[in-house]
Structure formats: C-alpha cells, structure tokens
Design a protein around this ligand. Structure first.
Ligand code: NAI
Length: 359
C-alpha cells in the first residue's frame, strides 16, 4: 500500500457504512472460496446508466476494511468515469485480496469469474492493478462478462496504452490552460509509478520533449527509465514534492492529502491513478493553492473506453483512439464550467459527472 496513503480504514472509529465517501452502493458482495483461496469484494455502485463496468484489482491490503474502502471508492469512481465518458454503463469494481501465494492463480480467477457470472451481467469485469490479460482470459473461460481480452485483429486486451493516450492528451490540454504552453517540450514532469500506464505515459512525455523525474517502488523500473528517458530518479516519498511543472500520479490512490498538498510544487496535477484525492476537501485545498487538478476519472478513461468498445464489438482501433482523444475536449469544458461556477475543478467535475449520472 502506498506509504503516503491516509486511509480512514485505519481509523478504528470508522464504521463499515461510513466508508466509500458514505455514498450508497446498490450492492456489495463478499466472495470467498476456500478451495481456490479466493477472497474478493465486488462493489456495484450504480447501474443507472447500464450494467456496472469496472476492473478487478489484486492487492495486499493492511486490513479487510481497507480492502472494502478501496472497492467502494473505486466503484463510485467508475460510475463517475463511465458517466463522464458518456459510456452506457454504470460503475462497479472488484478487489481480490492477495493471499499467501499457496493457491493456483488461474483457479482463483476462475472462481472469481463464477461469482461475476452469478451476477448475470449486472457487473462486467476487466483488468486493474495486479490483474493481467492472462487472468482475464481465465475469467472469460467461465463468464462472458469480462473485458480486456485481445481480439484476433490485435485490438483490445491490455487497456493501459489507451489510458496513457488519454492521460497524455489531458496533460497536453491542461498545460495549454495552465501554462499557455501549446506544446509540452521543456516542461518538467514528475511521474509517480512506472507501471503499465506510467511507463507508456513517460514514453509519450519523453517523445514530446519533457524533462522527467520518476519514482517507483520497483528499482528495476526506475533504472530502466533513467536509461530510456534520461529521467532523474527520486525516492517514492519525494516524488510528489519535486520542483516540477506537472505531477502525474500513476501508482495507487489517495496520494493527494492534507500532508502532501502543502508541499507540492507542480501547478498541474493529472495522472492515471484512481482516487488521487484522499477526500473531496483535498480538491479544494489544491484549488486554494492555485494548483489545477484534473480529476482522475476524467483523465484516465482511455482504458475503460477501450474495454467497453472491445466488449460491445463493432469498433475499430481508430474509432477508439478518436474517442479517447475527446478527453482533451472535456478538459476544455471543465475549465469553462469551473470558471463559470467559481468552483474548484474537482467540484465542477463532480457536479458535471453527477448530472450525467442522473440524466
Ligand atoms: P501497475 O500495477 O502496472 O503499475 C503501478 C506502478 O506503481 C508499479 O510499477 C508499482 O511498482 C508502482 N508503485 C506502487 N506503489 C508505489 C509508490 N508508493 N510510489 C511509486 N510507485 C509505486 O498499474 P497500472 O495499470 O499502470 O495503473 C496505475 C494506476 O492507474 C492505478 O491506480 C490504476 O487503478 C489506474 N488506472 C489504470 C488503468 C489501466 O488501463 N491500467 C485505467 C485507469 C486507471
């Protein structure tokens, strides 16, 4: 778990029903299977726009309550993300609690797939942190309600490149608003996390002429970034506070909080990580500091757009790329909306997404 994370799940005075920003969920399911070692939570936040669509995270949590908090926050985020991206789906998410490594992975994911199948299409799953394409192929053997499966023509599968495409487009457009910069060349960008999305984003930023500062808990990734992008490598605890123009959080959530925000130097924050704000108030704190925060669920929708269009069928890769690039137009609209309403970007985005969710 991220060292910087401030989790309310660690506060033992917090009740189960106070988690997930206290937002009501339509349905939350606990799944256990002793035989395969599966311990999972499937959270369906909303099916108002259609079946709940969102990936499955495989992670080690400090406590079961922390896993529940993650599932609830992630599933709510998917409702906002899918609505914001104008996708005909609701929001849901699953987390599988990493076990002792004694069980066969494929059998565990198939057990998870059977639970998804039991929901009869109310929830459609896919990849998230810790879950790979081969895991999703195992899930797909037992249920059709799974996406992120490569098609014979090469389209589909791992959604990370499309997520990175969308994050890059959002950063480009955000930089135009914040710095008046028509291109990114020469801007300093801190990339927090060099996984599937962070690495693909770093590649794009490097090609665009950005100066990169990077951190990852995996030293082999930062060493590779030093070689490939001439990136400056810093400690994971120092990445958020680097003297950079742009911060791109691409690891786990809740890295923007009351302790980290006062120390930020970046004037634009935009990245792939889900739930970057520890609380909604942290969006206000960023605004008060004059930092433009582009909400994660607006910025990182490229992956879900790819998964949804792959799942629905009938779309080409070019169609998907064009749809992902529309994220930049939403960034424009968000600046206009926030300025008109006189509110932080994070609040304006929430209001916009909730309007869409209700329509
Ligand atoms: P990943 O698991 O491939 O990469 C995460 C990276 O962050 C890893 O390299 C890991 O070592 C590193 N990391 C973990 N803790 C860290 C810390 N404290 N400081 C620095 N680095 C740390 O995951 P992926 O797919 O790249 O996703 C990254 C984030 O983007 C996640 O929050 C995910 O939920 C979100 N996201 C991913 C999408 C996708 O298409 N893969 C779509 C939308 C959101």
């Amino acid at each position: 778990m991220n060292a910087n994370k401030v989790s309310r799940a660690d506060d033992h005075s917090v009740s189960l029903f106070g988690l997930g920003d206290a937002t009501p969920h339509e349905r939350v399911m606990l799944v256990t299977d002793e035989k395969t070692g599966l311990r999972a939570i499937i959270a369906i936040h909303s099916t108002a726009r259609g079946p709940a669509f969102g990936g499955c995270r495989y992670w080690s949590y400090g406590s079961d309550l922390a896993a529940m908090e993650d599932a609830l926050r992630l599933s709510r985020g998917m409702s906002l993300k899918n609505a914001m991206a104008d996708l005909p789906f609701g929001g849901g998410k699953a987390v599988i609690l990493r076990g002792d490594g004694q069980h066969e992975r494929k059998a565990m994911y198939q057990s998870f797939g059977r639970a998804v199948q039991g929901l009869s299409g109310t929830y459609i799953t896919g990849e998230d942190v810790g879950t790979s394409v081969s895991d999703m192929l195992a899930v797909r053997e037992v249920t059709p309600y799974a996406a992120g499966i490569p098609r014979p023509d090469g389209f589909g599968g791992n959604p990370s490149p499309k997520t990175a495409l969308g994050v890059f487009a959002a950063i480009e457009r955000g930089a135009l608003h914040v710095f008046g910069a028509p291109e990114l060349s020469g801007l300093r960008v801190a990339v927090q996390g060099l996984g599937a999305v962070g690495w693909a984003l770093a590649e794009r930023l490097h090609r665009a002429g950005c100066k990169l500062v990077v951190a990852d808990i995996d030293d082999s990734r930062t060493a590779a970034a030093r070689r490939a992008f001439n990136a400056v490598v810093v400690a994971v605890d120092d990445i958020a506070t680097q003297d950079v123009d742009i911060l791109a959080p691409c690891a786990l959530g809740a890295t923007l909080h009351r302790n980290s925000i006062p120390a930020l130097h970046a004037r634009l924050v935009a990245g792939a990580a889900n739930n970057q704000l520890a609380t909604n108030d942290d969006g206000d704190a960023l605004h008060e500091r004059g930092i433009a925060y582009l909400p994660d669920y607006l910025v990182n929708a490229g992956g879900i757009i790819s998964c949804v269009r792959e799942y629905e069928g009938g779309f080409t890769e070019a169609d998907v790329d064009a749809e992902v690039l529309r994220i930049a137009d939403r960034v424009d609209s968000l600046f206009v909306r926030a300025s008109k309403a006189g509110e932080p970007l994070s609040r304006a985005a929430d209001h916009w997404a909730l309007e869409k969710l209700a329509s």
